[in-house]
Ligand binder design. Sequence first.
Ligand code: IPE
Ligand code: IPE
Ligand code: MG
Length: 261
Amino acid sequence: MSTNESSAMEQLSVEELTAKLEPDLLPKHVAIIMDGNGRWAELRNLPRIAGHREGIKSVREIITACQELGIQALTIYAFSQENWNRPLQEISAIMGLLEYYLSTELAKLIEQGVRFRTIGRLDSLPASALQWVRAAEQKTAHLERLHLTVALSYGGRTEIVDAMQAILRETQEGKLQPGDVDETCIQQHLYTHGLPDPDLLIRTSGETRISNFLLWQLAYTELYFTPTLWPDFRRRELVQALLEYQRRERRFGRVLSTISS
Ligand code: IPE
Ligand code: IPE
Ligand code: MG
């Protein structure tokens, strides 16, 4: 986009920007690395947890926007396996916020038709947070307007290890033959089985890395990096990311003329 075009876009309201979206070309599955909460707080001389708290408002707004736009699946990275290396005080505060979010938001998620699921090594979570997670999963299991997946205590390499272990077990039990192990088989053993691969990955806060997120699933995903910090990433920023996605040409290794055939 030229500088003139981008400054013209800045003048538009969020409704006008949304009207520019091509409904048939929306991504089916959007994944987000929600980064920059700590820096958002530090910029305001607030404790890091204030940034996580503000980040929940963005989570709420982005879920609602995805649901209203008709996006089928949203996967958000809330806590990585590596995040267990943070100070205990921050970890406890984040787990407390997770419980707070689920206890105050579950009714709204149900009303919005959101199916809540998690991926990751959930057994590392504190028991009370885990109880809320399981309750939310059970109470939304019948819903399908928006498939929301929250990555919690999640690591992409661990997910692949867990898939390999499951496949090896099934091979030993005779349920699988070594020759059955192909890409489809591996996909079916990942935490995300049943979900299509993300079409679009958004990472906020200006970092341009994957940080161990969905390593297998992102093979052909369009990547979108924005300097906006997660607590500032709201509906307008999502629509801008979707417009940028719609300007991309997805080739999947082919040449353009053969894509529609
Ligand atoms: C993302 O924000 C949230 C989590 C990883 C839990 P950060 O806490 O990483 O914020 P920055 O990157 O330090 O600004
Ligand atoms: C990635 O953010 C994990 C989540 C957003 C949950 P981090 O802030 O933990 O990632 P790094 O440390 O910058 O790679
Ligand atoms: Mg970070």
